[in-house]
Design a protein. Sequence first.
Length: 479
Amino acid sequence: MDPFVLLLIGVVIVVGGIIGLKLHPFLALLFAAFIVALLTPADFIQNFGLEKGMSADAALALSKKNVGERVATEFGNTATKIGILIAMAAIIGKCLLESGAAERIIRSILYLTGMDKAPVAFLVSSFFIGIPVFFDTVIFLMIPLVKAMALRIGKNYLLLVMCVMAGAAMANSLVPPAPGPLFLIGEMNIPIGLMMVAGTIVGLFTITSGYFFSVWINKKRPIELRDTLDAKIEDIKASAILDTKHLPGLGISLLPILIPLILICIDTVVNAMKPADSSTLSPLIQNLIGISAFLGNKNTAIILGGVAAILVLASRKKHSKEGLSSFVGTALTSGGSIILITSAGGAFGGMLQQTGISSQIAVMTQDYQMALIPLAFLIAAVVRTAQGSATVALITASGILSGMALNANLDFHPVYLGLAIGCGSKLVPWMNDAGFWIICKLSNLTEKEALKTISPLLVVMGFTGLIVIMIGAKLFPLV
């Protein structure tokens, strides 16, 4: 069966199940993953394994695995990546909101920016935080602040959510050391410094267009903050009316966010600066690098942030041990649902990848003689829409175009192809994307609301980036 037919079947099951039959997203995604896996021929799966670098025996073994085992493996792989992050983020978010720490941070932001500039502050800060920190981590850290800010100013909840999404999403695909751009620059032989500078410039243009689109959609389809399991609106409002002197200090309030952010950034810098062969370094330096790697791991870092958040809450609320246990359990109830839905989305995306749809796209476009920059954008966009992962789209498109990027006859620097791939990888987020479910569930947007707001937001920013890149390649070819 053709991979594109399998994609269509998966789309119909997911969209029809969630929107038409009102199925829970977890069930619709899992059902779609099973059907796509069941219909995928064994030789497709074997070819996928070989393309992923497996040995012939390992690829054959993968193709013979039971459907349930393959789906469960991809489900587990996604949970491995995001399970601890989401669970600890749920704890951090609830602690920040209930302790009054989020309110303290919001008052400080408002003092610096004023009420009218709060969305811009969230937009820019999310972009720059998103450079060294994974996209999902940025969302986990920022959404509690968004909820507190929305209640504090009494409006613009959707605008604030979209500003956070816009900033974090563009940094994730344009600026190293995010995983996708880091792979891309190695594949296409682009200097990391040039990619960081150019990606930041293009990113600022794209998030500007995203901001104006967000302002427009917020006026057209305003969405208010809803009551959630992770924080009752009444609790947040209670913090909003407190005198500042009754709230935690700003430094203490920022600890749950700053601890993971600083630890991850330090490890990023250390990895960028250390030599390829660390054995030549002194034992002391090697030990420091090891400590940095341990503490800078995103799971370790966010666990430490969660511990800090619990301590902040305990210092304010004076919970008993039993009370804290019950409190954490409530937070994890919310996080557990998000983990299940996101992991099911990862399983669905993984089954689509095993159909070989990325390779099919590569074959269809290998002799395409269209202008290379729009071609790079188009390939990344098609792969992203088909299988859900922006990182996979970046890797696939850069693999297809790496030979062209290294062609000495190019009229512009390969960095423009890399940037076009990064912008194309933003199109189009929907139900096969784990990030789509993270933003839906953390922000309490429905699937329809996200498809009408978040999805077009990334389309607008992606095409804005393409236009900026083509102008830049014409005016500043860098060759």
